[in-house]
Design a protein around this ligand. Structure first.
Ligand code: FES
Length: 173
């Protein structure tokens, strides 16, 4: 959740997961997994058999839409419309996937954002797979490293040092 402000803000409310007799809450606004508070009502919820959840967790399954929701072996309830952000979240249960999806949503909304890093102004989204450089970017001297996959850029020119193309928008502050 902490890697994906776009998706958490897009979901916008806590979601209940009922797994057998247990109930847990994916609290997207608070970026937390917690127990339900007494009498709490939810706009969206899923009930999934415990053995199915155990299997996808055991297999480190990164896409619950494919393994659970498309199998129709679950129950769901909701108030209001379909929430595309929520299903995108369940498709992206690895750091790499969620970062990519987060960047995709962010760029769909805005690709002009810049941030200050050390003594440089740089574009907020990594030119590789859109990681948020305010979280993953590290500056050493004149080199920026994105710690999502370790790609590097020369901050004097914006040139990518790891692969051809992928220029970075940057300038000294
Ligand atoms: S997202 Fe891959 S290096 Fe930044």
């Amino acid at each position: 959740m902490w890697q994906s402000d776009e998706i958490c803000d897009g979901v916008g409310y806590p979601v209940e997961l009922v797994i057998g007799s247990e109930s847990i809450v994916l609290d997207f606004p608070k970026r937390a997994v917690r127990e339900p508070i007494n009498g709490e009502k939810f706009r969206y919820g899923f009930a999934i058999a415990p053995e199915l959840v155990r299997t996808v967790l055991r297999d480190n399954e990164p896409d619950w839409v494919n393994t659970i929701f498309l199998s129709t072996r679950f129950r769901a309830w909701r108030v209001g419309g379909y929430n595309e952000y929520l299903y995108t979240f369940f498709k992206c249960l690895t750091g790499e996937r969620i970062t990519y999806a987060n960047g995709w949503f962010a760029e769909a909304h805005d690709d002009t954002a810049s941030i200050a890093l050390d003594r440089w102004e740089v574009q907020r989204r990594c030119p590789h797979l859109k990681a948020d450089l305010s979280k993953f970017g590290v500056v050493e001297g004149n080199t920026l490293t994105c710690n999502m996959h370790g790609w590097q850029w020369d901050l004097d020119t914006g040139r990518c040092l790891t692969a051809r193309g992928h220029e970075l928008r940057c300038s000294p502050l």
